[in-house]
Design a protein around this ligand. Sequence first.
Ligand code: ATP
Ligand code: MG
Length: 453
Amino acid sequence: MLKRLFSLFPSRSGSAAAPHKQTKRVVPRDQHSISRANISRGALSAMKRLHAEGFEAYLVGGGVRDLLLDGNPKDFDLATDATPEQVRQLFRGARIIGRRFKIVHVRMGRELLEVTTFRDSHTEAESKRDSQQADSGMLLRDNVFGTLETDSARRDFTINALYYTSKDFTIHDYEGGLEDLAKRQIRMIGDPETRYKEDPVRMLRAVRFAAKLGFSIEPNTAAPIAKNAELLGQVSSSRLFDESLKLFMAGSATATFGLLREYQLLPHLFAQTHAVLHAGDAQAERLIENALINTDKRIRNEQRVTPAFIYAALLWPAVAKLLRELVVEQKLSAPMALNQAAGAVVSQQLAAIAVPKRFLIPMREIWDLQLRLPNRNGKRAFAVASHPRFRAAYDFLLLRESAGENFDGLGQWWTDFQATDEQGQEQMVKDLGSQGPRTKRRRHRKNTPKPQA
Ligand code: ATP
Ligand code: MG
């Protein structure tokens, strides 16, 4: 109850700590479009539970943003004045997690909710005590609790700082998020450069939301990105892997990739890919573009996409280039050259982005199979076709053909092979027999694909 009383006077303690001017706006239920019917059962009952215990509880972040945009929120995040420990005690199956700041994962049936305690913007004394800041300005630990007001000041973009509560069905907007939603723009809360220095991942988030929502990036928010892009080098490689999945597996990979290049972020995520593209390799350009278009299409059609395939495509141009050099200059056999090239490209990539083994292994299998797909004589076609990664490798071959590599109809051959019965397959292999040498020639040609304008 005391808590309730205090929350009636939030501005006194709150706004002093806010690093910029806030304008409070509370929108009543009849003046916005959010309907309870579009909110998940779990999120509603978690809010109810917290309210019943005298705590504040709001939906915040992507859930509110996407509801207002008529989208389908993929999940709901909650913000509350209950501490992580209090939240944990209120819900069965709640777990406190989080490295940078503590979050409570609350399981409600099949749903997983993220519940965060209102965070504070730091005064200097608080910063020293409860959070750590590296010399670069990057926040390392961040567990100072606050109010809705201070919490909104610490979120990244205005459109992500809208709060909705089922207590009275109001939306609370301190940062002008509703206005920016209407203007369809991504605007950083506070001073953009300072906020990027605190957490460089926000540069990736700006680009990701702009691509996903089709919004523009407000000029002051956009301006410091290219200049600060190299700060991504300070971000842990495992966090960058998580972010890379959000960048490429959320249905807007093509647009996102375009913006990553436009804002000069790409070299700090995929230096080798950037180098090949920067050198003007038209075939690499098409391969990556087609891979991303396919990925977006598959997600639209609710087909499976795997990071292994996306990484295979993003890194292939660099691998292929090195492979060609090793074959030509060091006279290595194609399999040896591929092994060496893949090893070198992967190890350099891992320094930036920690792609887990469970994706690296299938990625390399997709590459290795590229050398085996042309060899179909005897039992070989059947052996390749029964490899667990055959389907992905076949898709990858088609991708390479779509980018302009010429394998004398090899992709079509494999398409036909899969469409026919065993007898037909044996006949197809037999028909190859007479063309043995052609297969060999094809193999070599593949290592020196000619870019087509
Ligand atoms: P998505 O639809 O991708 O889930 P989201 O906006 O919900 O979008 P989350 O990563 O789930 O994004 O984060 C939830 C909310 O937490 C954000 O809306 C934002 O308010 C806040 N947030 C997340 N990451 C940061 C960050 N790096 N800096 C500041 N605020 C952040
Ligand atoms: Mg979210």
